[in-house]
Write a protein that binds this ligand. Structure first.
Ligand code: 3PG
Length: 213
């Protein structure tokens, strides 16, 4: 599990993607890879999400594919079967967290308070999602909340992250990587604008690493 966290850290940015039409799964994955990001979180917000995870894993075995918006242990089984390498949840659901821990699956639950951090530490986790980041105080809110737990846990901020604010999060030591939907927005996918997804990925990486495109 630590190696998957390490890979997420190396990617630096993980796009959150909602796939409505299964045929869009591979073009989106390719667009992200072409833009330099070989990682994506496919959310269980559409009926084809598990099939999309499976298709991307089969076509691009090296791609770091996770499952998001996982709300029940049954869904954990479904996404594991589909090939998801990690699980992300909007909040801290003890039954989902415990089920993943018991099954040696990397779980990154959402938290927005010190209580959530303590629950995650008690479950033996070393990374959590900070959600919804911008409306919970942004990087300032995160930094002050994380201060007492320095060195024990790292954060993946999501919720309102964009090209303009991502660096303020990413440069903080407590942040493992940032994520969000802005790179592969649903309207780009639905319109077949995969070239825009590639450009967004390139722009995000340029911001993250501080180079000109
Ligand atoms: C998520 O599913 O993690 C969030 O919807 C991402 O938030 P964003 O749409 O503001 O990036």
């Amino acid at each position: 599990m630590q190696n998957i966290l390490k890979a997420i850290q190396t990617a630096g940015i993980f796009p959150v993607v909602e796939i409505e039409r299964l045929e869009d799964a591979l073009p989106v994955a390719k667009a992200l890879r072409d833009g330099g990001i070989a990682a994506m979180e496919i959310t269980l917000r559409t009926p084809v999400a598990c099939e999309a995870i499976k298709a991307v894993r089969q076509a691009y075995p090296d791609m770091l594919v996770g499952a998001g918006t996982v709300l029940t242990p049954e869904q954990v089984d479904q996404v594991r079967e589909a090939g998801a390498r990690y699980i992300v949840t909007p909040g801290f659901n003890p039954s989902v967290v415990n089920y993943c821990v018991a099954n040696d699956l990397l779980i990154i639950p959402g938290i927005d308070s010190p209580t959530g951090i303590e629950l995650a530490l008690e479950a033996g986790l070393s990374a959590v999602k900070f959600f919804p980041a911008e409306s919970r105080g942004g990087i300032k809110g995160l930094a002050s909340m994380a201060a007492p737990f320095k060195g024990r846990i790292r954060f993946l901020p999501l919720g309102g992250i964009n090209p303009d604010n991502l660096i303020s999060y990413a440069k903080n030591d407590c942040v493992l990587a940032v994520g969000g939907t802005w790179i592969a927005k649903r309207n780009y996918i639905d319109a077949g604008r995969f070239d825009q997804i590639t450009r967004n990925a390139q722009e995000a990486l340029a911001r993250l690493h501080g180079f000109e495109l």
